[in-house]
Design a binder for this molecule. Sequence first.
Ligand code: C5P
Length: 227
Amino acid sequence: MKDVMIACDFADKDALENFLTKMGDAKPFLKIGMELFYKEGAPMVKELKERGYKIFLDLKLHDIPNTVYKAMKNLALLGVDITNVHAGGGIEMMKWAKRALDEAGGKTKLIAVTILTSLDDKTLSDELKINLTASEAVKKYAENAKAAGLDGIVCSPYEAPLAKSIGLISVTPGIRLEGDGKGDQKRVATPAFAKEQGSDYIVVGRSITGAQDPLKAYNECLKQFIG
Ligand code: C5P
């Protein structure tokens, strides 16, 4: 089940299709986020599923339990492989999200975003009044996700062992091939390091989508991460 997901941070479907053409016959696991989903919506996701792509729909739901339950009911119809919520919405919200997917047949795995990697210890304490370090908060939110019956968390490869220790799968962004720029990521790791840490899925964006030869970069990620 280990796999390399490609972060499809494209403006629209044309840009995505242009990228997929460069991937030849490969059918990579695609991560579709808010940018592309809000532009192209459910029809694009349905079509990609029909064409045989695995999809992680990264929409990070965060609202009252009833609203998240109803929204998840609609997302369940898309038949994606993985989707997610913010653990910050609380255990009850996560439970209702999971219930919606289970009622639709449980085909879609549900994972939680713990603490956004853009938030550091200072922002947590000074601005959000959370008096835990980011890593302590990640641990607590991961435990909450487990208590709600979720399948896993989004975290950095450095936190993959923590996910495993509480019986959760880890989906880990912040991946770079040797020599690529970090961009806005603070803590980056190679696919080989993520494998050592026991990540279940790596999410790779610019190291593949921005490469001269994206298929070569994707194959290198597969080689390092899966072997
Ligand atoms: O281009 P890059 O490999 O940095 O892309 C990483 C992807 O993973 C982006 O789609 C980003 O939104 C997502 N992500 C992340 N860190 C998180 C959660 C999601 O980088 N904590």
